[in-house]
Design a protein around this ligand. Sequence first.
Ligand code: CTP
Length: 423
Amino acid sequence: MVKTSTAINLAAIIKKQLPEELTAFMQLAGEVAQRHGQRLYLVGGVVRDLLLERANFDLDLVLEGDAISLAREMADVKGGKVTTHQRFGTAKLRWDDWSVDFTTARSESYPEPCALPVVKPASIKDDLFRRDFTINAMAVELGPSAYGQLLDLYGGRSDLEGKLIRVLHERSFIDDATRIWRGLRYEQRLGFELETVTLRWLKRDIAYLDRLSGDRLRHELELALKEEYPEKVLQRADALGVLARLHPKLKGDEWLAGKFREARCLSVPDASSFGLYLSLLGYRLSGEEAEQLISRLRLPKLAAQALRDTISLKNELASLTDPELSPSRIYSLVCGYATPAVMANALAGESAVACQHLNLFLSKLRYIKPALNGGDLMRMGIAPGPKIKETLKRLLEARLDGKVKTKRDEESLVKRLLAEAER
Ligand code: CTP
């Protein structure tokens, strides 16, 4: 439970919720920083989650000083590897299975809406003020003289208690429209609500989403689809007109929510992957609309293929509605499509028979392989070249249709084929 007394110390919560290794690391880093006369803070999402008692081990440390030097000094003590971004004054230290981010406290100004910010070193107060929402704009002191002290300058704790997502200033969504998607994610993940004025500004600034690059917009969609219940984020995004900014034909409705829930029930790997969720989201688009979405989001090859295949397979489903299709015929009709596309059609296709065939492909047919390989066939007397490929195909078909069951059966079949060829 969140307490809203004026001064609060999180040392005990940190000890309880974070692994010993990370707690010891933060204490040591706080001591080193204080020795240099600098202040070090734990900031952002992890502070929010400490107060909410939610698991989160992604440590973001902010130093009023040179964060890169501190990360290097800590690497000398812990071992591990530091990667740095001089331009942003940030460093990541990785050791064993752990990683911690270091950032120099900074202020940000936006030369124009949705451009990347110009940053300059600043105080922790400015650093917290540049952040997206009050609940993400709290810090915890790590220096030994004030270890664990919460710094809550913008009412974060009170908003946690009121379950509110609130921006820190009126231009927040204009500066960075990715915050629109971020706000929806936090709202649905935490069961919070956008605060009234924040919601008004969000609606007012929705058009700024169109200024974001495809890469940044796609990243936001990826994050939304990584949530535990992405359908909730998409439903809210639809209701607010945010989803339509990706493509006007996308819908975040009950149909989609049902398909997402069914996808998570599939006992197959990738059931909650970006590719499958995206294919379901795009399922009701036409080929042309899918292309528009692909180019708006600059979808990488695999994801674009999954979406294209989804639509093509949807348009070909009629060929899979015959209940008498043999397994090898089903295989040949389906094997060329990307797996998420097959899954999406198995979940969303309208013909029960076609869906059954797709499920058979997914659960069984796609794993079936002949026991003999090209080398075996050459040893049996088949000439290298296209004949090998052709024979392997025949063997696979026979396997799929249950006409051969063992390696011996396959050898007999090959011998028969060779004898036929000689006749
Ligand atoms: N942040 C921000 N505006 C953004 C992105 C990030 O203000 N557009 C700030 C927030 O203070 C956020 C912190 O940077 O808490 C770290 O960003 P990120 O790792 O994306 O957020 P988390 O809060 O850690 O989110 P999550 O729980 O989803 O990982």
